[in-house]
Design a protein around this ligand. Sequence first.
Ligand code: 5GP
Ligand code: ZN
Length: 136
Amino acid sequence: MKDDNCIFCKIAAGEIPSKTLYEDEQFRVILDLGPATRGHALILPRNHYGNIYELPEETAGDAMKLAKRMAGLMTDKLHCDGFNILQNNGEIAGQTVFHFHMHLIPRYKDDGQVISGKSGSASSEELEEIKNIIIG
Ligand code: 5GP
Ligand code: ZN
């Protein structure tokens, strides 16, 4: 499953060179060209899935297992102080390349990076209403 117009399909297939940290039959892990921090990497499935909604559950599970392994390896080697694992779906959520990928972002004291969104507030009634919309 490949999309001829997708740059991440070409990178995952090795048709466009990348700084590859790991590869297997299903995935390639590359360094991000515009790193948020030192060592920022991306997990790319070789198959083209546009986003989390298109991703098969089994591939999602395998991607998270790989993320865990990479986080351990990268933390050992880079001596980072923390780690963000991010995944964007849709333009409004910050997705710019429409081939599913997971961001592996090592964090360092004083790296100056701001990744988390600001907290809001909700009443117990509002939370109950949302809960019922989602699972009711
Ligand atoms: P998104 O915003 O879709 O979640 O993340 C896309 C990421 O891909 C960005 O962090 C961006 O820097 C990275 N990126 C975009 N084009 C390329 C490329 O050609 N090669 C590499 N290695 N990273 C890329
Ligand atoms: Zn693709």
